[in-house]
Design a protein around this ligand. Structure first.
Ligand SMILES: [Zn+2]
Length: 216
């Protein structure tokens, strides 16, 4: 009993190292600055520039969040960070899928929100992935993937939520999220995930792959 309590305390400390706290503070500041920069008329006046820079911010937040999870001072697996950014960005492809064309005009004037922007999809896909990874015994190599997808997609939905609210189909949608809530959720999400990953043993499995060593 005592041992497990000690272990939990260690776990909590591990997911909140000074480096990761500083980098999530940096992520919070990035969130504050990026959306202000996107308001500049040079970006707003062209649809493609606006859409691409908006998507780039999703990408950077996804990459940054995953970098916090796997640790910033270590020799990080850059491929994994790029994959996290890709997952955070790729959601917006559903605009074009629903529009059935590559026309940005059509993608921006949809009659309803496209399906990957329904937040219920996140737990469904994450659990399916977790099951798949387990079932095909890919745990050693891919145990991180459900977590990465969770962080990347959640951060995307929360950021879109500033303007559109969260769409929890089939229950409807919330009102737009306050900006401060978006910044707080986005910068604390990597820590919450790291913590749960330690508790569920995913971090231990990843450590052997990444060579993450934890000194508390
Ligand atoms: Zn989106």
């Amino acid at each position: 009993m005592m041992a497990s309590e000690t272990e939990k305390t260690h776990t909590l400390l591990q997911s909140c190292s000074t480096e990761s706290l500083i980098s999530s503070l940096g992520l919070g500041i990035f969130c504050l600055v990026a959306d202000r920069l996107l308001q500049f008329s040079i970006i707003q006046q062209n649809d493609w520039v606006r859409a691409l820079s908006d998507n780039a911010v999703h990408c950077v937040i996804g990459m940054w969040s995953w970098a916090i999870v796997i640790g910033v001072k270590k020799k990080t697996d850059f491929g994994e960070i790029v994959l996290a950014g890709f997952l955070a960005s790729v959601i917006d492809v559903d605009h074009f899928l629903l529009a059935g064309s590559l026309s940005l005009q059509a993608a921006l004037t949809l009659p309803r929100r496209p399906f990957l922007h329904c937040s219920t999809v996140i737990p469904v896909v994450v659990l399916t992935l977790k099951f798949t990874v387990h079932f095909f015994k890919l745990k050693d190599l891919w145990c991180f993937l459900p977590w990465m997808l969770f962080i990347s997609w959640t951060s995307h939905h929360i950021r879109d939520g500033i303007r559109h609210g969260l769409w929890i189909c089939p229950f409807g949608k919330t009102s737009p999220l306050p900006f401060w809530l978006y910044v707080i959720i986005t910068s604390s999400l990597p820590h919450i995930c790291s913590f749960v990953m330690y508790l569920t043993g995913t971090r231990r499995a990843m450590s052997s792959k990444h060579g993450i060593h934890i000194d508390v």
